[in-house]
Design a binder for this molecule. Structure first.
Ligand code: ZN
Ligand code: ZN
Ligand code: ZN
Length: 363
């Protein structure tokens, strides 16, 4: 999805001006494709876009990467640099005599150190607050890509309901899920967490050689990209008949997840959505077992602004997209998490994932 790049650059300029900044410098990461349509490889060779108050955006790019840049002469001046030239000097020249520059978060420190030497009169500040204000509210094309990604992820969950879990390793199942993620319509699988039995109590468990067995809870959290936009969904499966304790924990997580979704509304602080989920889990006696925030923004990055953390002040606005993913983790025993991606509509959240929230028993 390329979207209205010129409109985005215009808005970036307005925000630069509001912050009293002269230039915006973006290297690897998602800010660059958001404004230019070009995603740089994270290489030791510098790629950097320079946005100043007017004129086209300068894109300093290694000569061998330049053919990958989609030409937009109205928008971009591509400045390829050869193996023996100095890209830092090109960036400094493009930034002119900027006294204050916003620098993309994912810029390698080696480049920042070189820029500080080449531009001794410039103050560098993080670009994140500026870029977050632009990227948090998605336009219709972005929401459409997120919806298609969520639908593809839901098709994977539907297939897993009939899948045999027992007897396979976490690693092998993760490989199968990654293949399904692509087969069901993603351009690529980005990550696959399969956490079984006691491992399910570790929210970001790395799938390993543990063989999944009857009686296990299995947290499956995975995602991929569609046109650059991410899916990210979690369902917790139970191998064989689930017992009372598991079902009670699952029911609490489900209530927390659904109440948090119902709390979403334009103007409500992101933190209130977190507190809504947290209160329900605390009231069930599991407050200390809910060890992460309730959710994170999603778009070109899997984790981006806004973050649904208890003290999160960001007021929700239509077009914001984020996960709602409360969990309960009982160390050494099992964990349960339910995660959907939602978009803020004019009078509440619309879930992009629609897989069942019922406990899912598998073979
Ligand atoms: Zn995560
Ligand atoms: Zn997830
Ligand atoms: Zn997530």
């Amino acid at each position: 999805v390329n979207g209205d790049l010129a409109g985005r650059v215009d808005r970036a300029r307005r925000v630069l001006e509001q912050h009293g900044l002269d230039a915006l410098l973006l290297s690897v990461g998602s800010d660059l494709p958001y404004l230019t349509g070009y995603r740089a490889m994270p290489l030791e060779r510098l790629t950097m876009a320079v946005v100043t108050a007017d004129g086209p955006v300068s894109l300093v790019v290694p000569e061998l990467e330049a053919p990958r840049v989609a030409r937009r002469d109205d928008l971009l001046t591509v400045m390829p640099w050869g193996e023996t030239s100095d890209p830092i000097a090109l960036v400094a020249a493009a930034a002119g005599d900027a006294a204050a520059c916003a620098l993309g978060d994912e810029t390698w420190s080696v480049f920042l150190l070189a820029l500080q030497e080449a531009m001794p009169g410039c103050r560098f500040v993080p670009a994140a607050p500026l870029m977050a204000t632009l990227r948090m509210r998605k336009d219709a094309a972005e929401i459409d890509a997120l919806r298609r990604a969520a639908e593809a992820a839901d098709r994977v969950v539907a297939r897993l309901r009939d899948h045999r879990f027992a007897g396979t390793t976490e690693r092998a199942l993760a490989g199968e899920i990654a293949a399904m993620t692509v087969a069901e319509g993603h351009d690529a699988a980005t990550f696959t967490i399969v956490a079984s039995g006691p491992n399910s109590a570790s929210p970001h468990h790395e799938p390993g050689d543990r063989v999944i067995a009857s009686g296990d809870a299995v947290v499956v959290d995975f995602g991929g990209t569609v046109d650059g936009y991410n899916s990210d969904t979690t369902r917790t499966f139970h191998v064989g008949r689930a017992g009372e304790e598991y079902l009670a924990v699952h029911a609490t997580v489900r209530r927390a997840q659904e109440a948090a979704l119902a709390a979403v509304r334009p103007g409500v602080a992101a933190g209130e959505v977190d507190r809504t989920a947290r209160r329900i889990i605390e009231d069930a006696g599991h407050g200390e077992h809910f060890i992460h925030r309730t959710g994170h923004g999603i778009g070109l990055d899997v984790h981006e602004h806004p973050y649904l953390v208890a003290d999160g002040p960001v007021p929700l606005e239509p077009g914001m997209t984020f996960s709602i993913e409360p969990g309960i983790y009982l160390p050494g025993r099992f964990g349960v998490r339910i995660e959907d991606i939602v978009v803020v509509g004019s009078d509440g959240a619309v879930a992009l994932n629609t897989s069942t929230h019922e406990p899912i028993e598998v073979a």
